[in-house]
Design a protein around this ligand. Sequence first.
Ligand SMILES: [Zn+2]
Length: 120
Amino acid sequence: MTTIKASCPSCGDVELTPHQVRLVVCSVKSWSYYAFICTTCHEEVRKPAGRDVVALLISGGVVAEPWNVPAEVLEEHEGPTLNYDDVLDFALWLEQADLLAAAAAAQGPRPRAQAPETAA
Ligand SMILES: [Zn+2]
């Protein structure tokens, strides 16, 4: 059986079988990685797997696990981050909204509510 030599940051070189190595090949190539539980310290070691490492591990008998990242993860977002108040405002707005889809199509959610004015 093939022996795979890897390195634990704490223990140094370790020898593994293909079944002890987890290879995750991501649709975003730079996110691919391999991982194993160190046979000495029993900690998980995770390292990036470039194209060469992926090919080497597969040729050694490691089964590649595909990881398809949804396109939404890679979208760029503009504007401020939603905070707790935004979510609360939206929940309060939802309590009043009878026709959610119609409101969303017409104007989207209302802007954040203004503080009530005090009577003079
Ligand atoms: Zn170790």
